[in-house]
Design a protein around this ligand. Structure first.
Ligand SMILES: [Zn+2]
Length: 188
């Protein structure tokens, strides 16, 4: 039951948990994120909070270029933004650059492999899963956004979900995922 439900959910991190939120509904449940455990203080440890300059500086949509992002909410170590022009949502975590927020299209196939150090090998399986469970409109959106990111990079995609694999391997995975999805859709 859990696995069948889980397939229809996508991750959104908030206040140290990932909320699994059904696309298009408010049904959700929480599961703990290992990384969210409080770090042990070490000599010279700098509290992991957004620096003042990060909070005060203005951020622009990496796609729209000149559109200033609106802050929508924030947690201890992370701020979330929305582009009023294109509707993309972003996250800015302490010590990192701006990335797309969880549940944006690019992050959905990444979530399936965020703990893997060999994501490319899983591209076929994940593509089959998405083709089976996503609507044509969702697949169009996911593929369009991934292709855009691959052709015109705006971020470290591995930082969107603290992925284990390298940036190069994750981009290879995303490309392979797109190719398999498009091949599978052509067969139906
Ligand atoms: Zn935008």
């Amino acid at each position: 039951m859990v696995s069948s439900v889980k397939r229809k959910f996508s991750p959104r991190r908030c206040h140290g948990t990932i909320q699994w939120v059904r696309w298009g509904s408010l049904v959700s449940y929480n599961r703990p994120v290992a990384k969210a455990s409080k770090p042990k203080p070490t000599p010279g440890h700098v509290p992991c909070v957004l620096r003042l300059e990060e909070l005060m500086s203005e951020h622009y949509c990496p796609r729209c270029k000149t559109v200033s992002l609106e802050e929508t909410d924030r947690a201890e170590n992370i701020c979330f933004f929305l582009c009023s022009n294109c509707g993309r949502r972003y996250a800015l975590e302490a010590g990192k650059a701006l990335t797309l927020r969880w549940r944006e299209a690019v992050t959905l196939p990444l979530h399936e492999v965020y703990g893997s150090d060999a994501p490319v090998e899983q591209a076929v399986r994940i593509a089959q899963k998405f083709v089976s469970h996503c609507s044509p409109a969702e697949l169009d959106w996911i593929i369009r956004e991934i292709r855009l990111e691959l052709d015109d990079p705006t971020q470290q995609v591995r930082d969107t979900l603290d992925c284990k694999a390298s940036e190069v391997d994750l981009r290879r995975y995303l490309l392979s995922f797109c190719e398999h999805v498009q091949r599978l859709r052509g067969m139906t």
